[in-house]
Design a protein around this ligand. Structure first.
Ligand SMILES: CC(C)(COP(=O)(O)OP(=O)(O)OC[C@H]1O[C@@H](n2cnc3c(N)ncnc32)[C@H](O)[C@@H]1OP(=O)(O)O)[C@@H](O)C(=O)NCCC(=O)NCCS
Length: 174
């Protein structure tokens, strides 16, 4: 499978991504994402606007179709050293190392804008994402209790996972 990583994805890539993200939600594959409503076009355009503003955004294309995306939200604007990761791969294309490629690219972009660490917050029952994040260098650092409501309406914990992308950052930390 030939995977092309694009940075940032074009508006057309986002539109195609919108199709699979909604499909994913209908199929239940995205139930772990922290949203109660399917993504709509406004959110997709918001992502695109952010990418134009310099927030890291990466898309993965297979035969010209966008099958995966990753982005990093930076809290508190320019002074923040912490970014939040969101990453999704179309269920039909998972387990082909698309996620691995997306994460490698997005972490490089995060380094370029001076972030020190990236945080991911998978639900505690999302073993697929937890394994994936660990495999790609993330470590568990805590639990947010009752931080998500699942499809059955039950509250569920979320893990806090981090990766440090500035070498020896903890030595500089007071
Ligand atoms: C997490 C996600 C982005 C990974 O994308 P991907 O392209 O499949 O990732 P890769 O092919 O690079 O890696 C797959 C890894 O996922 C994990 N994994 C895959 N299927 C799994 C399963 N059924 N059970 C547990 N772990 C699983 C494994 O660590 C696997 O690596 P391995 O095959 O070497 O063991 C994708 O599963 C996804 O979009 N999930 C839904 C959205 C989501 O949960 N995002 C993360 C929120 S923090």
């Amino acid at each position: 499978m030939k995977i092309k990583i694009v940075n940032p994805p074009s508006i057309d890539d986002y539109k195609k991504a919108l199709v699979y993200i909604n499909k994913g939600i209908i199929n239940g594959a995205f139930k772990h994402l922290a949203t109660k409503e399917p993504y709509n076009k406004d959110i997709v355009f918001e992502w695109h606007k952010k990418s134009l503003n310099g927030t890291p955004q990466i898309g993965a294309l297979v035969n010209g179709t966008c099958v995966g995306m990753a982005h990093i939200d930076v809290e508190h604007g320019r002074r923040s050293v912490n970014g939040y990761l969101a990453i999704t791969v179309n269920p039909e294309y998972q387990n082909n190392k698309i996620g691995e490629k997306l994460i490698a690219s997005i972490l490089l972009e995060a380094q370029k804008i001076g972030l020190v660490r990236i945080t991911a917050e998978p639900c505690s029952d999302n073993q697929r994402a937890i394994n994936f994040l660990k495999k790609n260098g993330f470590k568990e650092e805590g639990i947010m209790k009752c931080a998500f409501i699942n499809d059955e309406g039950r509250l569920i914990d979320r893990l806090i996972m981090r990766i440090e992308i500035t070498e020896n950052c903890r030595e500089q930390c007071v």
